[in-house]
Design a protein. Sequence first.
Lengths: 339, 267
Amino acid sequence: MDYRVNSKQPNNGDWAVEAEGLVKIFGDNRAVDGVDMHVKAGTIYGVLGPNGAGKTTTIRMLATLLRADAGSARIFGHDVVKESQIVRQLIGVTGQYASVDESLSATENLIIFSRLLGLGRAESKKKAAELLEEFGLTEAAKRPLKNFSGGMRRRLDLAASLIAQPPLIFLDEPTTGLDPRTRSQMWDTIRRLVNTGSTVLLTTQYLEEADQLADRIAVIDRGRVVAEGTGDELKQSVGTSSLHLRVENQSDIENARQTVEQVLKVQATLTSEAAKITAPMANADLITDLLIALREKGITLSEVSVQKPTLDEVFLTITGHGVEDEKTKDTNRAEAVTV
Amino acid sequence: MSTSVKTGHLKNHTSFIQTVKNSLTMAYRGILKIRRTPEQLFDVTLQPIIFTLMFTYIFGGAISGDVQSYLPVIIPGILVQTVISTSIVTGVQLREDMDKGVFDRFKSLPIARIAPLAGALLADTIRYTIATVLTFAMGYIMGYRPDGGFENVILSALLVIFVSWSVSWIFAFFGVIARTASSVQGISMLILFPLTFLSNAFVPVDTMPKWLQWFVNVNPVTHVVSAVRELTNTGTVGWDLGISLIGAVVIVAVFAPITVRAYMRRT
């Protein structure tokens, strides 16, 4: 689909989002505690953090859905409080929980949103059909949303955010709860959006997702931005993947550890009860040498695995404490690659 | 991609015409919803039928001597009582609706803030119309022939629908501020029950104790009932009609702004 050049271009080109010292307090919980954020127009900006870190609250304040208790924010130079109605003309919001009308069909949803945005009757119909086609929902267009899968709902939700072709799109955890195939479809869609000139601000719990999509990433924890930079910068701060080895014979373990340290030239740690050796893996190519060396010494391995840095480790490194949310931990562990 | 300056047509307020357009679109949404879930019309279909039958045959003999001569008294009374109670559902459904994610999107759109509320309330006039038509139809079946003539019956129907729409702003307010749908129902019933029964809807006022007569006579519901009776039974337009209309306008003038403000504050 042709998104054309956005007719509502920002006036100061450079910054799509400028937020300073945003604070939101719920009761005695400082959900957002002084967030600064600068998003360049035409880029994808990722906000990474566990559940309850303040990601959604931050987005809701930027999207005029929630008023900040302190601090200020501008969207393309327009204040979110004083010029909220202008800001609403510049943004599209796709929430964590699909913000579409359950009781209506996909077409009816899109037509109503189009009409609200000022499109005429025929135009709205055309737009709805176009977007449904674009998001692969044409077949399901007339069915009530109750029978939609999670992925279909998200796609419809995103489609609804694109009706007015807003120059800035907020995506709150666009892929949480989606299966891997649908997730990568969603990623493609998001990339395409930026190619047409839109700016995207997305939140995610997955390091990989932020890494894949975002030009810059802000890591947010307990309502504060604890790190900011490109994906590479962040990963460097976290360290590299780690190598896990398990030896068949307990008595070989000390010998094996020494071999690892010699070949990889790094400090290896030992978990004796499990007969497991863990070492940072800076250079994947050295693994071949290591395996040959182990074979030459007659050390038999029972298991070899490589684990990518997880959000957990990002957090541990940056904040000094791990991710407290059990669910997040599990999801990230599952990304470990077994060789 | 160019990022040229072009914000001249961005306005920070919504015009009156846009407000009306947005509200009508939201009303269209309400109508689509009713069409999708017709079972939500059960109450407005059954209540007029059952209540009209019940009250007429129970009170008819005792109050007016026989059912036939009670009909001109009870039909306007039951009409006002039934249709106004129907407006509670507006608040309840608004509460349920607002808990859904779609209201987040409405809030993020550059539309008139009042539109999602006004639209929902506007669509509900369909419910009041159904209740009104059914009550008059039941009356007709039971032998009620209003002397005021057909045009005045239509006028009185419009009056009742308008008044109910105004009153529904009160329940919309409860709908916006309440935590759950059932609490909206609870508070609304608590207010509406005394208002509709402590009126002249079912029983002549002079049979009541003095202190109660005072309340009944200032009760706005009494004025609406009297206005409908005058219109349908004699075809005259009296003070009661004026008072009813002024009262309805005052309710909207007070409750529409505070409802929108509460809606805006709710997160």
